[in-house]
Design a protein around this ligand. Structure first.
Ligand SMILES: [Zn+2]
Length: 218
């Protein structure tokens, strides 16, 4: 997404993998208290991406939901297991041809390895790189990982590919099916920092952040 594009809708995703509780429970909290994520310059939406896998405390029911968001897969009617149908449903709700196309998606995952608070940026997207640079400048714990000009697996596009821009958040170490209070609170604070950044760049404070970013070596 270009830095000067209009930002109308932001989607926060959790539970794309059902046993990653940090993101799933953050979504539940935000759905119960939407004022926490409400900002004035754009609409913030939430998605518990794989509710059946979350209920079953499993990564997925039939296969990994986070691999089937390419246009080819979304239009392939022979793909019809639970996660295939859920991917099509999510595309109809939030994809580029939906009534609510999403400008920016951030998808929260947790992991059993010690990645701390890691931001994953795809496709050298300048908008996400600027956001990542800003976040790492205000929180020294944040690490940024980029796959360069590709997604991790170009033929297996993740859910976040539905957005014009996106960021993946990986937090850990936390066991699967476990909620760790410290990691939950750090991730929650990160969500608010992202929303506040997006609010700022769409308001008069834009030039202040731009000046700040110009002095940040990315
Ligand atoms: Zn995951």
């Amino acid at each position: 997404m270009k830095s000067n594009s209009k930002l109308n809708r932001v989607l926060i995703v959790g539970g794309a993998h059902g046993n990653e509780f940090t993101g799933a429970y953050l979504i539940k909290k935000f759905q119960q208290s939407p004022e926490l994520i409400r900002r004035s310059n754009f609409e913030t939406l939430t998605l518990l991406a794989n509710p059946r896998a979350f209920t079953a405390v499993r990564r997925y029911i039939d296969r990994d939901l986070n691999h089937y968001f390419s246009r080819v897969d979304l239009q392939d009617t022979t793909l019809s297991c639970y996660e295939d149908l859920r991917a099509k449903e999510i595309d109809q709700m939030f994809g580029s041809n939906s009534e609510n196309p999403i400008d920016f998606i951030f998808d929260i995952h947790s992991i059993t390895t010690n990645m701390g608070l890691t931001l994953i940026v795809d496709n050298d997207d300048p908008f996400s790189l600027q956001l990542a640079a800003y976040l790492s400048s205000i929180n020294s714990e944040i690490k940024v990982y980029s796959f360069g000009d590709l997604y991790p697996s170009p033929n297996l596009l993740p859910l976040r590919a539905l957005g014009k821009s996106s960021l993946c958040i990986e937090v850990g170490a936390v066991p699967q099916g476990v909620l760790n209070a410290e990691i939950f609170m750090k991730t929650e604070a990160l969500v608010y920092a992202i929303l506040d950044y997006l609010e700022n760049i769409t308001s008069e404070k834009l030039h202040i952040i731009k000046i700040h970013l110009l002095s940040t070596n990315i």
